[in-house]
Design a protein around this ligand. Structure first.
Ligand code: HPA
Ligand code: ZN
Length: 334
């Protein structure tokens, strides 16, 4: 099964580039920028990755990204992810970045964007890994801050495909961002939002009704609401599920209790993704493997998850069909 999973071409649709910051690279970039991290060693930093919830994780995530200062830092971070993802047979990635996490601390929007973009272009050229960039608004900041971030993005529409919503969920419902999402949509940005990770099923409804998102990031709590499940199935709204993230942030108690198989059984378009792999203990194939082993997923179920990843991607029908044909070929050969 491991070689079957490894051999399948797949798309990754829920990945925060700042969450791919491996401790070794973090220490190297901190040193290059003359920054002292509050940890003596890579081991001491890794030992701190024992989270009680999303907020607890976010504190370390924002601390980690604070060593990113120069354009080259963003390029190195992104390149490391792309090489690692390609090793997992990721052929297409839709990548989140958090501009406010950088502009808040005096790093310009363009420093982050240009740095990430150089690596994405190289990834397409040298690794055959296509990508799209989605900028997330930090939901624990005011909507006015998101509006300013959208203003900055307007000059870069050729490189930013969509907008998303992340950071601390509870108490920051999608409704808080209805106006900025309406404007982003009007400007042609695709829309997604984290919803139903720690927040209730109602936040998933709001993301659909008020933000008009094309996908739900996480969406676990949608399972609390039968009417909502029926709607997500009927409208084929994809969920970008992140199993190891759910375990490490205690959204799910143990791997055997993960709802991924239930989602498939109910006919939801579930996909498997790594979220913040440097912090949560594994890249995308590790997420597939953890779920296969804990839930006893069959080859057909694994192939369905890979198929869903391309169906749910922001690709044209022609591009999806080309990926799906290669996937079918791999399924037959493995
Ligand atoms: N949830 C919300 N915000 C985030 C996450 C997440 O898992 N990772 C990075 N920002
Ligand atoms: Zn996420």
């Amino acid at each position: 099964m491991r070689s079957f999973i490894a051999g399948l071409p797949k798309a990754e649709l829920h990945l925060h580039i700042e969450g791919t910051f491996e401790p070794e690279l973090m220490f190297a970039i901190a040193k290059r920028n003359g920054i002292d991290l509050p940890y003596d060693s890579v081991g001491a930093l890794k030992a701190a990755y024992d989270f009680s919830d999303l907020r607890d994780f976010l504190n370390l995530y924002y601390q980690g990204m604070s060593v990113l200062r120069q354009e080259q830092d963003f390029t190195d971070l992104t390149w490391a992810y792309l090489e690692r993802a390609r090793a997992d047979n990721v052929r297409h990635a839709e990548i989140f970045f958090d501009p406010q996490g950088h502009t808040q601390r005096g790093v310009s929007f363009e420093t982050a964007l240009d740095g990430i973009w150089h690596a994405l272009e190289r990834g397409e050229r040298e690794l055959g890994l296509s990508s799209k960039l989605i900028m997330c608004f930090l939901r624990d900041l005011p909507e006015s801050d998101a509006e300013r971030t959208l203003d900055r993005a307007l000059a870069h529409k050729n490189r930013i495909a969509g907008v998303g919503l992340d950071s601390a969920e509870v108490g920051h419902p999608p409704s808080k961002f209805e106006r900025v999402f309406a404007r982003a949509r009007g400007e042609g940005f695709l829309c997604v939002a984290h919803a139903g990770e720690e927040g209730p099923a109602d936040y998933v409804r709001e993301a659909l009704d008020l933000l008009r998102v094309a996908r739900i990031d996480h969406g676990n709590r949608a399972l609390d609401d039968e009417g909502l499940i029926a709607r997500l199935v009927r409208d084929r709204v994809p969920l970008t599920v992140c199993p190891l993230s759910n375990l490490r942030l205690r959204v799910v108690d143990e791997a055997k209790a993960h709802p991924l198989k239930t989602m498939l059984d109910k006919g939801l378009v579930a996909t498997v993704n790594s979220d913040d792999p440097a912090y949560f203990g594994g890249y995308v194939n590790d997420n597939y493997i953890a779920m296969q082993e804990a839930l006893g997923l069959t080859r057909d179920e694994i192939a369905t998850l890979a198929r869903n990843s391309f169906e749910a991607a922001f690709l044209s029908r022609t591009e999806k069909d080309a990926h799906l044909a290669r996937l079918d070929g791999a399924v037959a050969a493995l």
